[in-house]
Design a binder for this molecule. Structure first.
Ligand code: C2E
Ligand code: SIN
Ligand code: FE
Length: 404
């Protein structure tokens, strides 16, 4: 069973499942392991982390009298949960094949990126925001997502650490529209969802670059400065004419959490609007899947699993489920090992099953060699998924294989 315990209560012999909170640069980042070395224990206690998930089925349990936050095992059964999501159909339908839509999607994506870069620089110079331009860009993005959401969703994963803030704004915009479609929002709400994505982090223009782009963990003082960005952005947009309440709301409340532990207003439960709930999920997904100047991004499929584990406190359950349906359990770009001994990258989703995506196979593990590329629809094939693979280990250029 998984238990969340205080780092002070960690003892040798426990199995470290996941380190919570200060995820950025502690030495054990991303690893699950049995704690056997006294030196590791000391490092762990001194790396600024408060809490940790331990797995009591793989290591020592916690002493009695410890303030362990026991979690219901069922609640944490992510596999089961993701399977349940799979039972209900996807609303996003595909009208155009991915490779075709990518051509249009690339153009609108780079146009939007340029527009966001100049938006931020105008705001930095104290100039007004040109909302009309945003509205027409969002309309184009919306059309592309309507034709095939995988195209823009895949493109939004390609980021360089330098342009993060801009590309993150474009990505959250795309995810908000795709999620909005999944939730059945009408066209005018989809427009607001997209604008909200583009503008949600606009308050970051008021945060000094040396803090925002710091190549390491922020001090408490620096983090307090960063935490001012929702309020600062909201104040700016409040002064801009024609900005809707939804857009203002996402800007101010995308860092609120369902359990009230977020900021700046510590809203919880019912106080959080639909749009704020959507913003929180899209923001975190894009942030954790991106390479940053201070850490490497996680793989999409791994990120979905992690978010499923945190969702109790952080996210709205229903919105998170809809989000999983939007990006898939094996999002486009995921590297998979198939039963046939081949490696493939997910290049598209299928309509009927979230766990049977379309895969482009390109490598045979048995012969340890590249093979002629072939596109396989797992919902119609006898081949099936064996495991998720780590592309860093294999050193393939998945982007090239996907033709993005
Ligand atoms: P961001 O990088 O765009 O991240 C947005 C949110 O995604 C974060 O909000 C957090 O909820 C989630 N997130 C991002 N990366 C991780 C991760 O590795 N693990 C987990 N569990 N969650 C993650 P948060 O924490 O309020 O941070 C707000 C902003 O503060 C971040 O926006 C980023 O710009 C900045 N920031 C936070 N920590 C650091 C850091 O250690 N170094 C630097 N340079 N910036 C940081
Ligand atoms: C964690 O860092 O493990 C949990 C963070 C969250 O709920 O967002
Ligand atoms: Fe933010």
């Amino acid at each position: 069973m998984l238990k969340k315990i205080k780092v002070n209560d960690v003892r040798l012999g426990m199995y470290m499942h996941e380190i919570c909170g200060s995820w950025m640069d502690h030495p054990f980042w991303k690893r699950s392991f049995k704690l056997t070395d006294e030196k590791d224990l000391i490092t762990l206690k001194n790396c600024g982390v408060d809490e940790i998930w331990i797995d009591t089925s793989l290591g020592m349990d916690v002493d009695t009298g410890v303030t362990a936050l026991l979690q219901n095992e069922e609640e944490l059964n992510v596999e089961n949960d993701l399977k349940n999501i799979e039972q209900s159909p996807q609303k996003n339908t595909v009208l155009v094949p991915l490779q075709v839509e990518l051509i249009a999607a690339k153009k609108i994506h780079s146009k939007t990126k340029e527009a966001v870069i100049s938006l931020f620089s105008e705001v930095r110079m104290g100039n007004a925001i040109n909302l009309d331009e945003m509205v027409s860009l969002v309309a184009e993005l919306n059309q592309s997502i309507k034709r095939n959401p995988s195209a823009l969703i895949s493109l939004s994963r390609l980021k360089d650490a330098d342009n993060y803030t801009y590309l993150h704004s474009v990505a959250v915009c795309i995810l908000m529209i795709a999620l909005g479609r999944q939730l059945g929002l009408n066209e005018s709400m989809l427009t607001q969802a997209g604008i909200a994505g583009l503008l949600h982090d606009i308050g970051k223009v008021f945060i000094p670059d040396e803090v925002l782009n710091k190549a390491g963990k922020l001090t408490d003082e620096e983090f307090n400065i960063v935490k001012m960005h929702p309020q600062k952005g909201w104040e700016l947009l409040k002064k801009t004419s024609d900005v809707s309440d939804c857009v203002l709301d996402v800007c101010r409340h995308h860092h609120e959490r369902i359990d009230g532990m977020g900021y700046p207003d510590k809203l919880s439960g019912e106080a959080l609007t639909l749009f704020a709930r959507m913003g929180a999920v899209c923001d975190v997904y894009d942030a954790i899947t991106s390479n940053r100047c201070y850490k490497k991004g996680w793989e999409p499929a791994e990120s979905i699993r992690k978010m499923a584990e945190w969702r109790n406190g952080h996210f709205d359950e229903v919105i998170f489920h809809a989000f999983v349906k939007t990006v898939g359990i094996y999002p486009t770009g995921t590297l998979l090992k198939l039963k046939s001994g081949r490696l493939g990258v997910v290049t598209d989703q299928t309509k009927n099953s979230l766990v049977k995506p379309i895969v482009t196979v390109f490598f045979s593990i048995r012969s340890n060699a590249h093979i002629l590329q072939e596109i396989i629809d797992l919902s119609k094939s006898t081949d099936s998924i064996v495991s998720l693979e780590n592309p860093q280990q294999w050193k393939f250029n998945l982007v090239e294989i996907m033709g993005v």
